[in-house]
Design a protein. Structure first.
Length: 245
């Protein structure tokens, strides 16, 4: 399994990275985990959009889904699309929300996507898929992809969550958000701090932690140091970087 970071900036695109988007490949199958604002441009430097076999959206906040709109334009008007419908898995209502984000009249996007509601478990190409509801104001689902004995877990957005820890149990890689700086006045059930991301990785017994979704106004080095204080096998996810799982 190969993971490529298309974009990893939290809460919106930053000066050096698009918002959340991760390309996962195995046995010739390509799935995007999230497609946040700015990510479709970055994606085109890494993969032909027509080779994307599926899209999984953890939730419907703009920094995780808004670049579905330019992907629709590309498929309809670039002249490079094979016109095959791309499976898009997301929380209920995504078909309507994304149609309205693309165009005010909310015309269906079903010529481009084959919409499905987030499953608890499924098979997607070569991947066994499991999901878990996270601690976040919007309906958000972390995802675990398993293929040939290797597992990758992506938290999406979450506060501390026993369900996410259970989903990540013994995973090879945990791609965990760490948007909150270490402060005492943080709202609950929204985001993780770096320390909390490290604590989740330790509790789940994962082999490797990739810290991601750090906003442009938060110091990534501080987030990483806080994670490493409780889970030494942590590193920062970096745009354009590829990791073998």
């Amino acid at each position: 399994m190969r993971l490529t970071v298309v974009g990893c900036s939290g809460s919106g695109p930053g000066p050096t990275s698009a918002a959340s988007c991760y390309l996962v490949e195995h046995d010739g199958f390509r799935v995007l985990l999230d497609l946040g604002n700015g990510a479709f441009g970055a994606l085109q430097a890494l993969a032909d959009p027509d080779t994307i076999d599926a899209v999984y959206l953890t939730h419907l906040h703009a920094d995780h889904c808004l670049d579905v709109a330019p992907m629709v334009v590309w498929h309809r008007w670039s002249g490079r699309s094979s016109r095959r419908r791309v499976p898009l898995i997301a929380p209920a209502g995504a078909d309507r929300r994304l149609a309205q984000a693309h165009d005010a009249d909310g015309a269906p996007l079903t010529d481009v996507f084959d919409f499905a509601v987030t499953p608890v478990s499924a098979v997607l190409g070569p991947f066994e898929v499991r999901t878990a509801r996270t601690a976040h104001p919007a309906e958000c689902h972390a995802i675990r992809l398993t293929a040939h004995g290797s597992s990758l877990v992506y938290t999406g957005d979450t506060g501390p969550s026993a369900a996410v820890v259970d989903l990540a149990r013994d995973a090879d890689v945990l791609l965990a958000e760490a948007a909150h700086p270490e402060r005492d006045d943080l709202p609950p059930d929204l985001h993780l701090t770096g320390r909390q991301a490290g604590e989740a990785a330790a509790a789940a017994g994962v082999r490797r932690l990739l810290v991601t979704h750090v906003p442009a106004w938060v110091d990534p080095a501080a987030q990483l140091a806080a994670a490493q204080a409780v889970f030494p096998a942590a590193e920062l996810a970096r745009p354009g970087a590829t990791y073998l799982v």
